[in-house]
Design a protein around this ligand. Structure first.
Ligand SMILES: Nc1ncnc2c1ncn2[C@@H]1O[C@H](COP(=O)(O)OP(=O)(O)O)[C@@H](O)[C@H]1O
Ligand SMILES: O=P(O)(O)O[C@H]1O[C@H](CO)[C@@H](O[C@H]2O[C@H](CO)[C@@H](O)[C@H](O)[C@H]2O)[C@H](O)[C@H]1O
Length: 479
């Protein structure tokens, strides 16, 4: 280690300043006043200028019933990072030297090393302390580029995304790249990487091109270990980061839809095209991944999950108690319906997950699935109606957001028009008559609205009335 390299000794404890910082982050899921944090793993990157220690800590929070593992990239510097004040987590004197600790996605030493790990297919073996291994992989793209700048994307996100400006070796600008660092880790492949990369590698223009990804393996107390006497503390493996083509200066469909609803511009043709793009992606996914008939066991699993989400939503938002029976009637009707074939889907589909790209059309993002759903469940074949329902809920969110300013009737009419156009577009491209699947679609819409109640209670309590009003409507809709 050169004299300029600083860090702290590897311990299980999480320093108080870091714990407090973690508690304040958007991606930190627990609402507990005091997180219960333990460091269970750590992987390093090499700063080629040998000045910065780059450590990504794997930190388990046990403050909620289900422990959550967070990925926390940190950079340790012996002098302050120019322009890095807002990313500073801690500045202390340690063993006679000063240490500045930063949220590493804001530190160019980290971002460059992270991209190199992927583009150069590097491997970092696990160390003796906690044996976390990490490996970079590049996708089917030309990787001969150099980073000129990077910045963290701002906004309400579950993960942390870094945008890279790049040049070719001859100095000419190369297309920019966005790398998402997953903030929560679970054992198993992340559908965001697997599904989007499969579509991209098959040549689809309906998703951004995949550039590369990072995989890792770590010891995880949440994973069972059949060889250990206690049965806990097995080995976990999964995706840690995902890099893809960055499509700059475009709006997502949420912004486009909001603007149309506010100004009275028609969203109808765009909603039709969105329905068509959705059907196209579903058809490509059915070709690329296994499909399975909806058997009684699979249907039972989905209905059980819907009922458990309803119970969760009522527990978190007791005003829903009076709707319990009506909600159950919708699920009971779905149990009797005919279910279409299961396949891989988007999983958390809404207007914010789609970019409007001039000359290319709608481009779908973020195939990670719902962040509140266990990872293993998100990789199972599922009903494409779940995505259709997600998008229909999103039109209702546009209406709900604007109701106070525009009047409830006007925005309801806007959402109805968008909904019909989306269904028409989807049905015409897929050949599936969605209107004939009304009973099932109602159940998936209701299920999504119940998920949204939990999501809003935890993240945006001021918005909870949007899904709560929808539940009251969907549960009593004549059918
Ligand atoms: N390939 C991309 N090109 C342009 N913008 C992107 C791209 N990927 C993500 N974004 C932007 O980043 C936001 C968050 O990305 P997303 O994949 O939804 O992350 P998260 O999992 O953190 O929610 C998107 O809403 C979009 O605005
Ligand atoms: O984009 P994420 O994967 O983080 O998804 C989560 O956050 C979304 C909000 O940002 C949330 O979406 C809900 O709010 C949207 C408006 O902000 C609306 O368009 C969606 O229809 C609604 O579900 C999503 O549910 C959550 O998983």
């Amino acid at each position: 280690m050169s004299p300029a390299m600083v860090s702290f000794p590897p311990t299980r404890e999480v320093r108080p300043a870091l714990a407090e910082w973690i508690r304040q982050q958007r991606w930190f899921a627990s609402s507990a006043e005091t997180p219960v944090l333990t460091r269970i793993g750590m992987w390093s990157l090499v700063d080629h200028r040998h000045q910065v220690s780059l450590e990504t800590h794997l930190i388990l929070d046990e403050s909620a019933a289900e422990p959550v593992l967070y990925q926390v990239p940190l950079s340790f510097r012996g002098s302050s990072l120019l322009g890095g004040d807002r990313a500073l987590i801690e500045h202390v004197e340690h063993d006679g030297s000063h240490v500045w600790v930063y949220d590493a996605p804001h530190d160019p030493a980290f971002t460059r090393a992270l991209l190199s790990l992927m583009l150069d297919d590097e491997t970092e073996p696990g160390d003796a302390f906690d044996d976390t291994e990490v490996e970079g992989h590049h996708a089917l793209t030309n990787s001969d580029v150099r980073v000129t700048d990077s910045h963290v994307l701002r906004g309400e996100q579950s993960n942390t995304s870094i945008v890279f400006d790049l040049v070719h070796p001859n100095g000419k600008p190369a297309p920019p790249v966005i790398c998402k660092v997953f903030r929560t880790l679970s054992d198993g492949p992340n559908p965001d990487v697997v599904v989007q990369s499969a579509l991209s590698d098959a040549g689809s223009r309906l998703v951004p091109r995949s550039i590369g990804f990072v995989t890792g393996a770590w010891n995880d107390p949440r994973v069972s270990d059949t060889t250990s006497p206690t049965g806990i503390g097995g080995r976990a493996a999964g995706h840690l980061a995902f890099a893809q083509e960055f499509i700059p200066e475009v709006e997502d469909a949420w912004r486009v839809a909001l603007r149309c609803a506010e100004t009275g511009e028609s969203f109808q043709p765009l909603a039709t095209a969105l329905g068509e793009a959705t059907a196209q992606v579903h058809s490509e996914l059915a070709r690329l991944f296994p499909v399975q008939p909806a058997g009684q066991a699979e249907i039972g699993t989905i209905l059980a999950s819907m009922r458990s989400r309803a119970a969760q939503a009522v527990a978190e938002y007791p005003a829903l108690e009076s709707e319990r029976d009506a909600i159950e009637r919708v699920f009971a009707a779905a149990a009797e319906a005919e279910w279409p074939t299961f396949q891989r889907i988007h999983g958390d589909y809404h207007l914010g997950q789609v970019l409007g790209v001039p000359g290319r059309g709608w481009v779908l993002l973020d195939f990670e699935g719902e962040p509140l759903r266990p990872l293993a469940e998100r990789s199972e074949p599922d009903a494409p109606l779940r995505d259709v329902a997600g998008m229909l809920r999103s039109f209702d969110y546009v209406a709900g957001t604007l109701a106070a300013a525009q009047g409830a009737d006007a925005v309801r009419a806007w959402a109805h028009e968008a909904r019909e156009a989306f269904i028409d577009g989807y049905s015409s491209r897929s050949g599936i008559d969605l209107r004939a699947q009304r009973v099932l679609l109602d159940a998936f819409e209701l299920d999504k609205a119940l998920y949204e109640v939990s999501y809003e209670v935890r993240n945006r309590p001021d918005w909870v009335s949007i899904p709560a009003n929808a539940i009251a409507h969907l549960a009593h809709r004549p059918r």
